[in-house]
Design a protein around this ligand. Structure first.
Ligand code: SME
Length: 170
């Protein structure tokens, strides 16, 4: 049985290095996309402080994200590429670090408690499979260290996982 180990008393780079090792151990020997995305969202939600939502949106048709495994409140199901923070991350092919979601034009509120958000693309080479989306009830919860750390976690997930033909590459 996998047991997540608390990470305490370290700075963010060390925190994410430890979390990356735990994620790699959690996914070892399994390549199923739903299973790995589900366990990844559960690990992040358990280990990262001050989150109210952690999960995935996948490109399931060209131009459309569909919610995948997540932890948190039920969320909106379909997001067109270019809409909201998640859709912007795919359209602009980059991570979106939003300190104040109320100041982001077109932000889609799935949980009224959310104040800040980090969205990281899932990259397969130069194509995008979807996004990893983290929400926090705290304003400015995420900084550049979080972005770098979560981008590394997303890369571990993609490397460990077989995203079959039902996942569109944008
Ligand atoms: N806030 C996101 C929508 C997804 S929820 O946060 C889970 C957005 O604006 O794209």
């Amino acid at each position: 049985m996998f047991q997540a180990k608390k990470i305490e008393g370290v700075g963010k780079p060390e925190f994410y290095a430890d979390l990356a090792r735990q994620l790699a151990a959690l996914l070892e020997g399994e390549c199923d996309a739903v299973a790995n995305a589900a366990n990844c969202s559960a690990l992040l939600f358990q280990m990262m402080p001050d989150l109210n939502w952690a999960g995935f949106y996948f490109l399931r048709a060209p131009g459309e994200l569909v919610v995948g495994p997540f932890q948190g409140q039920p969320a909106c199901v379909r997001i067109p590429v270019g809409r909201g923070v998640c859709g912007a991350a795919v359209a602009e092919r980059r991570s979106m670090l939003v300190e104040d979601v109320h100041a982001f034009p077109g932000h889609i509120a799935c949980d009224a408690a959310s104040r800040s958000e980090l969205v990281v693309p899932l990259r397969a080479g130069d194509r995008i499979l979807g996004v990893l989306d983290l929400d926090s009830p705290l304003p400015a919860r995420f900084d550049a260290d979080d972005q770098a750390g979560v981008e590394a976690l997303a890369a571990i997930l993609v490397a460990a996982t077989d995203f079959g033909p039902q996942f569109v590459r944008g």
